[in-house]
Design a protein around this ligand. Structure first.
Ligand SMILES: O=C(O)CCC(=O)C(=O)O
Ligand SMILES: [Fe+2]
Length: 283
């Protein structure tokens, strides 16, 4: 097995393994590399749906995504990316084509218990474009001026699925009325103990304890700290890649720029923490 860093601060690549046959001793350095580098790439895997689910469950509890229309018909814990891109009239469905491409985000901030991780397995990759971009949440926190660190200490943000822009196209109509949930904006990672800026400009609706104008201004200001020099890793996909990212300390977005007539298809799982981690995160 070979483990090597990819971006300057985040991103790590593992080659020379078959995740189907990994024992616990083989998995331990992979999990640690992921904690250290936020985004983990495992190359050249040949997986059936059950293999992908079984491997994903080593990271936590795999749960179905709230977007019901994009669930795998036989396996609700699997979300399909890039499937049914065109409607019956041949029009491109932008919500599917550009899923994850509207801006930098962290998955599941709308949930009281947000996804610990998201993992994708690449089945089809276009001839050009279609990368996924990642950025380091620890670096964003470290870059905040002391004035902002103090202002944010102990402060919660309120988050919903569609955020201030109310973007809910992938949800069924009956699932669109989302109640805001609160999360500390400065987040101590339950496993690494490091502090990060827990932030998502597309899902945050307000910062608690501030009037609307102050809250909106702070939301805009925080967005400018998310992406730090050297904090990025850009993933160029190959068929057979598994990529998992840590939603507790990173941001990502899809480039959303590939030729729409070509296939770009992934299986995707949403992973929550094991019960013990969830208790730590809530403490
Ligand atoms: O398709 C991608 O590159 C990432 C999309 C995304 O944001 C997600 O799956 O959470
Ligand atoms: Fe995402």
């Amino acid at each position: 097995m070979h483990i090597r860093p990819m971006g300057p601060q985040i991103g790590v690549e593992v080659t020379g393994v078959d995740v189907k046959t990994l024992d616990d001793a083989g998995f331990a350095p992979i999990y640690q590399a992921w904690l250290d580098r936020n985004v983990l790439v495992v190359r050249e895997q040949e997986l059936k749906l059950e293999d992908f689910l079984r491997y994903s469950r080593r990271f936590g509890i795999v749960v179905p995504h709230p977007s019901k229309s994009t669930r795998h018909p036989q396996s609700p814990e699997i979300t399909l990316l890039g499937v049914n891109k065109f409607d019956a009239e041949g029009r491109l469905n932008q919500a599917i084509y550009r899923r994850g491409a509207e801006g930098w985000h962290t998955d599941g901030a709308y949930d009281a218990d947000p996804f610990k991780a998201t993992q994708l397995y690449a089945l089809a990759i276009p001839s050009r474009g279609g990368d996924t971009l990642f950025a380091n949440g620890y670096a964003a926190y470290a870059a905040l001026p002391d004035r902002l660190k103090q202002r944010l200490e102990g402060r919660n943000g309120a988050f919903t699925y569609g955020g201030r822009g109310k973007r809910t196209a992938l949800l069924n109509p009956e699932d669109r009325d989302w109640q805001p949930v609160l999360h500390p904006i400065v987040r101590t990672h339950p496993e690494t103990g490091r502090r990060s800026l827990y932030y998502d400009p597309g899902k945050i609706v307000a910062i608690e304890g501030l009037d609307e104008a102050e809250s909106d201004a702070l939301i805009d200001e925080l967005e400018t700290y998310m992406i730090q020099p050297d904090g990025e890793y850009r993933h160029q996909w190959r068929v057979g890649d598994i990529v998992i990212w840590d939603n507790r300390c990173s941001y990502h977005r899809a480039a959303g720029d590939y030729p729409p007539e070509e296939d770009r298809i992934h299986w995707r799982v949403s992973i929550k923490g094991f019960a013990a981690e969830r208790r730590l995160a809530a403490a």
